[in-house]
Design a protein around this ligand. Structure first.
Ligand SMILES: Nc1ncnc2c1ncn2[C@@H]1O[C@H](COP(=O)(O)OP(=O)(O)OP(=O)(O)O)[C@@H](O)[C@H]1O
Length: 242
């Protein structure tokens, strides 16, 4: 469904990511792993069309999107839940969610109502708090809004950048259950996640990025069985430096 060939890019001089080949099949969930600064968020930025400099090929169901605008990318169904839960604090939960429908190609009233139903069913806490100002929500609830807003635009591929960062275990469980329901429903997902105990059981395959390059592609189940992952990161990083 999503195919990257030789994707590179960065913010100014030089490339942060380089020569990335990656594929995600329809209905598949993959993990993007790697140490801090490896380029995981930069790769998501390239996919979302917000990275200032980018090259190579990014195809979604055969449509080339490497140079497309971020607006067109969302309209095509490649939608990111950003890290840090950026949202409009003075607006209500419902209005924040509604902003996600900007990417809906035919944002008819019934289509928008259908999306609200879908999101509220998946994340009932948002339904309870639909009139609350987003800025007064807890961190976990804000993350739910960020996920919900992305779902409002009816994504075909959902890109998640560390959705559990800084959240309490109980809230992590709640969000994970929602993401698992999405996965069971066949949604294709790319998950950037530092915590391997969350990332590996959730995904089918994992890509390990080191210094902006894919250093390893492995079945998540196989990777989960390795107890030397820290050492593996170190070895891959050392190899990449030479
Ligand atoms: N907006 C930016 N402008 C300039 N450089 C940036 C910007 N964002 C990230 N970088 C640099 O790009 C490199 C890769 O960062 P990136 O955030 O993609 O890594 P990451 O793997 O997502 O790390 P983390 O897990 O810490 O979020 C880093 O050296 C970082 O300093």
């Amino acid at each position: 469904m999503l195919e990257l060939k030789d994707v590179s890019g960065g913010y100014g001089h030089g490339h942060v990511i380089e020569g990335i080949d990656l594929r995600v099949d329809t209905g598949e969930t993959i993990a993007l792993l790697g140490p801090n600064g490896a380029g995981k968020s930069t790769l998501l930025a390239a996919l979302s069309g917000v990275l200032p400099k980018r090259g190579g090929s990014i195809r979604l169901d055969g449509t080339e999107l490497a140079q497309a605008s971020s607006h067109r990318i969302v309209a095509q169904g490649l939608v990111q839940v950003p890290e840090g839960r950026r949202m409009f604090a003075p607006l209500s939960v419902e209005d924040n969610l509604r902003l996600g429908t900007v990417g809906l190609q035919q944002a008819s009233r019934s289509a928008v109502a259908e999306r609200f139903d879908y999101v509220y069913k998946l994340l009932p806490r948002l339904a309870e708090r639909r009139h609350q100002r987003a800025g007064t929500l807890s961190g976990g609830e804000q993350q739910m809004v960020a996920v919900g807003r992305a779902l409002m635009s009816k994504p075909r591929v959902l890109l998640l950048d560390e959705p559990f960062l800084g959240l309490a275990p109980r809230v992590i469980e709640e969000i994970r259950a929602a993401l698992e329901a999405l996965r069971a429903g066949g949604l294709t997902m790319v998950l950037v996640e530092q915590k391997l105990d969350i990332a590996l059981p959730f995904t089918r395959r994992a890509y390990v990025l080191i210094k902006g390059r894919v250093a390893l592609v492995e079945d998540s189940a196989t990777l989960a069985r390795r107890d030397d992952l820290a050492q593996l990161y170190f070895n891959l990083a050392t190899q990449a430096a030479h």
